[in-house]
Design a protein around this ligand. Sequence first.
Ligand code: ADP
Length: 479
Amino acid sequence: DLWQGIDFSRSKAEARVDGSTGVKFCDVAGIDEAVEELQELVRYLKNPELFDKMGIKPPHGVLLEGPPGCGKTLVAKAIAGEAGVPFYQMAGSEFVEVLVGVGSARIRDLFKRAKVNKPSVIFIDEIDALATRRQGIFKESSDQLYNAATQERETTLNQLLIELDGFDTGKGVIFLAATNRKDLLDPALLRPGRFDRKIRIRPPGAKGRLDILKIHASKVKMSDSVDLSSYAQNLPGWTGAKLAQLVQEAALVAVRKRHNSILQSDMDDAVDRLTVGPKRVGIELGYQGQCRRATTEVGVALTSHLLRRYENAIVECCDRISIVPRGQVLLGGRAAEEVIYGRDTSKASVDYLASASWLARKILTIWNLENPMVIHGEPPPWRKSARFVGPRLDFEGSLYDDYNLIEPPLNFKLDDEVAERTEELIRKMYGKTVSLLGSHHAALLKAIKVLLNQKEISGEELDFILNNYPPQTPVRVLE
Ligand code: ADP
């Protein structure tokens, strides 16, 4: 028997006993409200009997919901860490197996082990992978393997519901799950008595970004002269994960340059690397080339500054603030070229446009903003460069790499629709960006000149220029 000796039902959940997730609430920043709410779970886990005696029921299940990289996993670990209890973690995708019955056996096993070692915390990340709405859009697929997988997923989901319903007997176990696609979840899961607590984990604001940077800076050797608050201010939309990555990247740069600690210039380098990829060294540009390059660079920087200036005006749009403006910043390079030179565009601005299209596609699919579409995953690789604005673009860049392919929808019609809406969104944002930079034509020109002269331009200098060259026409950030 091929399978002999292999216990598929055994869940791969890692159990870290005695709160050795090592994570505490002080490692989490920028999501204070959520942490406040989650404190209650820690109190419960520390003394479930007391709650029981008082007749207080803990929440059945807690759903942490929000975009990737904002600390859902981190905060779940912190709950176990604070309470000093074992933490059982699995990703939703680990339950999704083609082998019949394996997923549900893993669920049973996971809950069993957590109950034996109670009080404890169970955490299922990307729960949407296992608990997608039944009767989904892909239901009528003619692909047999696909249908079998769907069937299997339903069985697994049912097992999860059974475990959640029988939870009263498993006192002392807290069940947490995370998703960035709440809309995809099967409504049965959201019914009272299952996930009766939903907590939104939002991307951090400027203050949160500063606190997060401080946490991560404290783990490395960061020079005191580095002004973390300027990064917090200037990186709207950056998540905790991205900020953690920034500090790591800066540490690598510092090591490479043989600095004794991380300097401001290392941080700047790291920001560049994470936004537009490593600097292309060895390409000597002629003066005309330099002008072009300065235009795109200033376009991106200025758009970022302008959006921050008008941040208060758009802050009401909640999530959009963090993502749409970021796409708009990327479009700034090409928009600046259009404002200064007319339509003809350079390679650099095409790169930015590629990143922006990629982002727009994510906005429409993964993050499900701007009129949600029922779809997740990227188009299959051979469709990747199907149709985009302007020149043919290639999505093989580094930005694409960090994208984790969930489940490519083999649905070309839907894919075309996404491509169309991506194009529409890009056009809309692009139009806005051109008009934003257009109304700051004088500031744009001045900043380009400064950059050409000095070879670099700081945030303060940009602000100074913006203050001294006010908009020539009224500014409309969002309709
Ligand atoms: P999510 O589960 O929401 O996708 P994670 O918790 O996996 O995000 O975040 C990945 C990493 O990014 C964390 O381990 C941590 O280093 C950093 N990070 C994310 N959010 C925060 C935060 N709010 N505070 C501090 N660090 C964070």
